[in-house]
Design a protein around this ligand. Structure first.
Ligand code: GRF
Length: 226
């Protein structure tokens, strides 16, 4: 069945679009999504949290917010495609219409990427295309080592090429002379937490167009009083 068909069933049931979040570790971006939902800043529901690791603290965060969870460890499958199919089945069963990679470490199989065109978002702790590839804290450490004075975070659509998909939003973050990797990472993370829920809302509710590499989002017009 097409994800779109499942989407309308899910929406008809709750009226609130469902988001699937893929995690591997700490889960602070996942928590920022839950907080934005709780505070009415993001009209969405986390339909499923899928972790690539059974010991990820993101799973505890998901449980605290009563969100359904699944653990799908890619290396327990015969191939990346098999793991991808398991992820896809879980996302479809949860009737999600948008997928967010929030600190998800494995490379997502193309069967998942192809099933959700312009519907999978990743958050990366640098101003892409600078310091692409590598998981946190490598991009932050590389930025520090490169001597850049400004780095930041990027939300982008996921394609089959790691960290290469069209950029949706970026937030700059200054690098201070006294910074350690931990200090810089914390400053970037704060910005990730602010940017990610906004990007999710924009993609869920705006009209998304991609021209070449440029993502153009027309925000939903403000609701008018009846
Ligand atoms: C963040 O720095 C994010 O940019 C990167 O992985 C980290 C995840 O942190 N992709 P958390 O698990 O959301 O706390």
């Amino acid at each position: 069945m097409e994800p779109g068909a499942e989407r309308s069933e899910g929406e008809a049931e709750t009226g609130v679009p469902r988001v699937g979040v893929l995690v591997s570790g700490r889960g602070s971006n996942l928590e920022a999504i839950f907080a934005a939902i709780l505070h009415g800043e993001l009209r969405a529901r986390v339909g499923i949290v899928i972790s690539s690791r059974p010991d990820a603290s993101a799973l505890t965060i998901a449980a605290n917010y009563q969100a359904p969870t699944r653990v799908i460890v890619p290396k327990e499958y015969q191939s990346r495609a098999d793991a991808g199919n398991a992820i896809l089945a879980a996302l479809r069963q949860a009737q999600v219409e948008l997928v967010v990679l929030a600190g998800y470490k494995p490379i997502l199989d193309s069967c998942v990427v192809d099933a959700y065109p312009l519907r999978i978002i990743n958050i990366h702790p640098s101003l892409l295309p600078a310091f692409a590839g590598g998981m946190a804290p490598r991009p932050q450490a590389d930025a520090l080592a490169a001597g850049v004075k400004i780095t930041g975070c990027t939300a982008h659509f996921v394609t089959t090429v790691v960290d290469e998909g069209p950029i949706i939003a970026q937030t700059p973050v200054p690098v201070y002379d006294s910074d350690t990797v931990e200090e810089l990472s914390a400053r970037i993370l704060e910005r990730e937490h602010q940017m990610l829920p906004r990007v999710i809302a924009d993609v869920l509710y705006g009209t998304v167009r991609v021209e070449g590499r440029r993502v153009l989002i027309q925000p939903r017009p403000p609701e008018t009083e009846e």
